[in-house]
Design a protein around this ligand. Structure first.
Ligand SMILES: NC(=O)C1=CN([C@@H]2O[C@H](COP(=O)(O)OP(=O)(O)OC[C@H]3O[C@@H](n4cnc5c(N)ncnc54)[C@H](OP(=O)(O)O)[C@@H]3O)[C@@H](O)[C@H]2O)C=CC1
Ligand SMILES: O=C1OC[C@@H](O)[C@H](O)[C@H]1O
Length: 394
């Protein structure tokens, strides 16, 4: 009999951190989509305080809560982990989770720096477990469609990619995050602390790099960058502007900001080619509205627009839904393999694997260096043997 493509029961997911993003990234997509709920359920949450974890579990209907991350990892009834901790804790707790035999979906960016990403890749391979970087936006069909149009040659040869991700961080709690939390004062947000892996390049620039890679299929090289630093921590960038070069000869640019002001616009992406141009709107809320505008500069000149995946009021399949679907499907593929461990490859995910994460982190390091800043350093090394690379300590 052919092996079923569905797991017998839903995979059981535990969340590290009662973080503001968890309802949006994990709980609601599962609750709103029965096809996803048939594959994965949230069974546990861990926070540094048992009271906070219990309150979070009660509010979101999660069975178990733990007052430490280690306790959740020791739970044999947890198959998968979502790491929603600050960037500086991604490496340590993702490695610990992999060592505990869990598959991990890790918040983006994958780590504080490329060296950490290397050991995360190694830990995933040693454990024979999936480890994915949670770039939700590039999981959505809108991103895949843009790539398809480029591959089909609709704009000719890609010459220039521009991404703009401007937000006003001080308004996030009111606008975006879970209503259960008190607004976090800006200075308390981990994003504003360099030792926590903070900075806008880490938080939003990483998406811009991932988007450039996803639509072009190329690895950008940093040419120059300019940062606006935060007065409260001079190693935290609140705005970054970066010029890049692609191996094909095309160029790319991104701007990202935490201080875009009250009228911050949604993310935009523009790809210009030898024979046309693509303008993409709605990358980050594509289920509500998305628009790909294609201009072709042939003899006649054609302009067309399309929306992908039926955006609208009743569409519950947002980028977080697609991200989780890809994660559990990948876990299903790995678990069905007769010999997990080296050598193995990702079958469903090609763009948010640890190998890509290593490259992503190297690019982010280069952005900081080009802007005259320090790449994020390791403050929380993972346990042995993953605390060293070769002969040097992380
Ligand atoms: N905010 C958003 O809209 C989105 C965020 N994300 C991703 O989700 C992740 C979390 O972001 P967000 O929810 O906004 O962040 P939060 O600040 O709300 O959550 C971070 C969590 O980290 C834990 N933590 C452990 N140690 C520390 C420490 N020293 N300082 C601060 N926090 C600590 C806290 O857990 P504890 O509960 O144990 O106290 C807290 O819940 C990031 O990877 C982000 O990229 C993804 C998509 C959307
Ligand atoms: O998707 C996101 O939106 C807002 C950011 O600050 C957050 O970290 C990110 O992952």
């Amino acid at each position: 009999m052919a092996a079923s493509s569905q797991p017998a029961r839903p995979l059981r997911l535990g969340v590290l951190g009662a973080a503001r993003a968890v309802p949006t990234v994990i709980v609601k997509p599962i609750r709103r989509n029965p096809d996803l709920a048939a594959k994965v359920e949230v069974v546990a949450v861990a926070a540094r305080s048992a009271d906070k974890a219990a309150a979070f579990a009660a509010e979101w209907g999660i069975q178990k809560s733990y007052g430490s991350y280690a306790e959740l990892l020791a739970d044999p009834d947890v198959d998968l982990v979502y790491n929603s901790l600050p960037n500086a804790l991604h490496c340590e707790w993702t490695v610990r989770a992999l060592m505990a035999g869990k598959h991990v979906l890790c918040g983006k960016p994958l780590s504080s720096n490329a060296r950490e990403a290397v050991v995360m890749q190694r830990a995933a391979e040693d454990a024979g477990k999936v480890c994915l970087e949670a770039f939700h936006a590039i999981s959505h069909p809108v991103c895949k469609r843009v790539r398809e149009l480029i591959v089909e040659g609709k704009i000719g040869t890609v010459e220039r990619v521009e991404v703009n991700y401007p937000v006003e961080l001080s308004q996030y709690d009111a606008k975006i995050r879970s209503k259960m939390h008190q607004p976090t004062p800006l200075a308390d947000d981990y994003r504003m602390h360099s030792e926590m892996g903070g900075g806008v390049t880490m938080d939003l620039g990483c998406y811009c790099v991932a988007m450039v890679k996803a639509v072009t299929g190329e690895d950008p090289q940093v040419v120059s960058a300019a940062a606006q630093r935060w007065l409260g921590d001079s190693e935290v960038d609140v705005a970054m502007s970066c010029e890049m070069h692609l191996p094909s000869g095309a160029t790319a640019h991104f701007d990202c900001s935490f201080v875009a002001g009250k009228y911050a616009q949604p993310v935009t992406m523009c790809i210009a080619g030898s024979n046309g141009k693509l303008n993409v709107e709605g990358f980050f809320s594509a289920h509500k509205a998305n628009k790909i505008r294609l201009e072709q500069w042939d003899d006649v000149g054609v302009t067309s627009t399309e929306s992908v995946d039926d955006p609208g009021r009743l569409n519950t399949q947002d980028s977080f839904y697609y991200q989780l679907m890809a994660f559990v499907d990948e876990v299903g593929c790995q678990d069905r393999r007769p010999n997990p461990g080296m050598p193995w490859g990702y079958t469903k995910n090609k763009i948010n694997t640890p190998a890509e994460g290593v490259k992503n982190m190297a690019i982010l390091e280069d952005v900081y260096r080009a802007a005259g800043m320090k790449p994020r350093w390791t403050t929380n090394p993972p346990p042995a043997p993953y605390d060293v690379i070769g002969r040097s300590r992380l």
